[in-house]
Design a protein around this ligand. Structure first.
Ligand SMILES: NC(=O)c1ccc[n+]([C@@H]2O[C@H](COP(=O)([O-])OP(=O)(O)OC[C@H]3O[C@@H](n4cnc5c(N)ncnc54)[C@H](O)[C@@H]3O)[C@@H](O)[C@H]2O)c1
Length: 447
């Protein structure tokens, strides 16, 4: 039987319609001071952009070293152009970082939402962030949750805050009449292009009521140029999760097809290229799995709501999560042909041209091979200076330069399509066993 995970919302189903009752003046204070809680890949660039538009921004993070560094005008994360903007806004006195929230007109929450070992959303950071702003909340304030969250989170946030601040009215129970406004506005940025995407991307502004959505739109309108679609908080929460579940399911199809093609003895990239000549078919590229901190995680937030009704989402996760082990097993089988196999591992990052190893299938494959001790691993990852903890200190694993690794290897495993690998020496590969999990050789050939 289908059960809803939270009570039905009391507000209008779509906020693109005018509100049932006129909003009272709760949100009509001038927007001058913004408090951004969580200064990571999402929060810090957002705080810097808000400050660059002349707003007074308090950035909050638990990490004292990050706070200190930001107050020196330097970012603790790598993102193009962020240091430049940060230095300017800190020097102008528009952005200040702190370990504690302060009074503001609006609070943006951008703290992590990982999964638990049981594949459920771990919302402790969001709950802690809400608890930390509760003492400084006052009538007319807006709270926006940006962290990727299960459907119903904004309603639960209102209930949590009501418990902490019974003196204030929240919009879940007092739509259009609340003291504090609340919205859910998901983020869709691509690391490496964050500043441009924060400005250009379309946004979903999901209010607990219409007044909340309008006020949240005011905040983003200070720097965002993309389309802004007003919605309910539930619609916004669900849309964000649907985006990443959609991508995961589509990658899973490509990955399953690649397994099928391998079994059938046909080349998956050729098959996909031909299938995509159909005007309404667009199969994605297969790979060694799915990595990063969003796509392998967010689909579980949808699945947890109605597990019995979402077998496709769970199956896609299983296909994509199972891919690294398949690749490792294949390399292991091929290594059995050599007495002392030397294996070049090309790429450790979760996607091309980044240094991010979070949830990386390539790293999982390398770790699996290292655990089995089936030979020497010559790891090539041009975007890192040292081996990650999972591989460091192992006698059979070395971080190696690209050309030297290919020259010395018996097996070349291409795990990430970094641009720097495109000019691989094909003549040298002719005498190697090659496992190309990303179709790099195909891509380079066809271009
Ligand atoms: N990074 C992305 O590309 C991206 C894209 C879309 C959505 N998101 C979502 O945005 C949210 C934030 O992601 P991120 O990549 O910025 O995470 P992150 O880990 O880079 O940064 C989060 C920051 O929050 C801080 N923090 C944790 N608990 C806190 C608390 N109670 N008070 C103050 N600070 C606290 C951490 O110290 C950390 O610096 C997540 O829900 C993520 O899924 C991220």
């Amino acid at each position: 039987m289908v059960t809803l995970v939270a009570p039905q919302p009391v507000y209008e189903a779509s906020l693109d319609r005018p509100p049932a009752r006129p909003a009272r003046a709760a949100g009509k204070r001038a927007l001058e001071r913004i408090c951004v809680v969580g200064l990571g890949y999402v929060g810090l660039p957002t705080a810097a952009l808000l400050a660059s538009r002349g707003l007074s921004v308090i950035g909050v993070d638990l990490k004292k070293d990050a706070v200190a560094r930001i107050n020196e005008g330097r970012a603790h994360i790598a993102e193009p152009d962020l240091d430049m903007i940060l230095a300017a806004v800190v020097q102008a006195g528009k952005l200040e970082a702190s370990i504690r929230p302060q009074s503001a007109d609006a609070f943006l929450i951008a703290v992590p939402t990982p999964i638990t070992p049981e594949k459920k959303a771990d919302m402790r950071a969001v709950e802690a962030a809400l608890a930390s702003i509760a003492p400084v909340l006052k009538r007319g304030d807006l709270i926006v949750i940006e962290s990727t969250s299960p459907v119903g989170t904004t309603e639960r946030a209102a209930a949590q805050l009501r418990g902490l601040r019974p003196d204030l009215k929240f919009p879940d129970l007092f739509p259009e009449q609340a003291d504090v406004l609340m919205a859910y506005c998901p983020e869709r940025i691509l690391p490496g292009q964050t500043l441009r995407e924060l400005v250009d991307n379309a946004r979903i502004i999901g209010g607990l009521d219409h007044a909340s959505a309008l006020r949240a739109r005011e905040v983003y309108a200070t720097f965002a140029m993309g389309q802004m679609k007003l919605a309910t908080s539930r619609e916004a929460e669900c849309a964000k999760l649907a985006e990443n579940a959609f991508r995961d399911v589509n990658v899973a199809f490509a990955n399953e097809l690649s397994i099928l093609c391998e079994g059938l003895g046909v080349d998956a990239w050729t098959v996909i290229k031909m299938a995509n000549l159909h005007p309404r078919v667009d199969i994605l590229s297969p790979g060694p799995g799915v990595g990063g901190h969003c796509i392998p995680i967010d689909p579980w937030f949808l699945h947890q709501a109605l597990p019995d009704e979402t077998p496709l989402i769970a199956a896609a996760r299983a296909v994509n999560d199972g891919k690294p082990l398949r690749v490792a097993n294949r390399i292991g089988r091929l290594a059995g042909r050599f007495r002392d196999p030397v294996i070049a591992i090309l790429g450790l990052a979760y996607k091309p041209n980044v240094d991010d190893l979070r949830e990386s299938p390539a790293l999982e494959i390398a770790r699996n091979l290292a655990d089995r001790r089936i030979g020497r691993l010559l790891v090539v990852e041009p975007n890192i200076a040292n081996l990650p903890e999972a591989l460091a200190g192992r006698p059979d694993v070395e971080l190696t330069e690209f050309g030297a690794a290919v020259a010395e290897a018996d097996i070349v495993a291409i795990l990430v399509a970094h641009s720097k690998f495109r000019n691989i020496d094909r003549a040298a590969l002719a005498s190697r066993v090659v496992v190309d999990t990303v179709g790099l050789l195909k891509l380079s050939n066809d271009e």
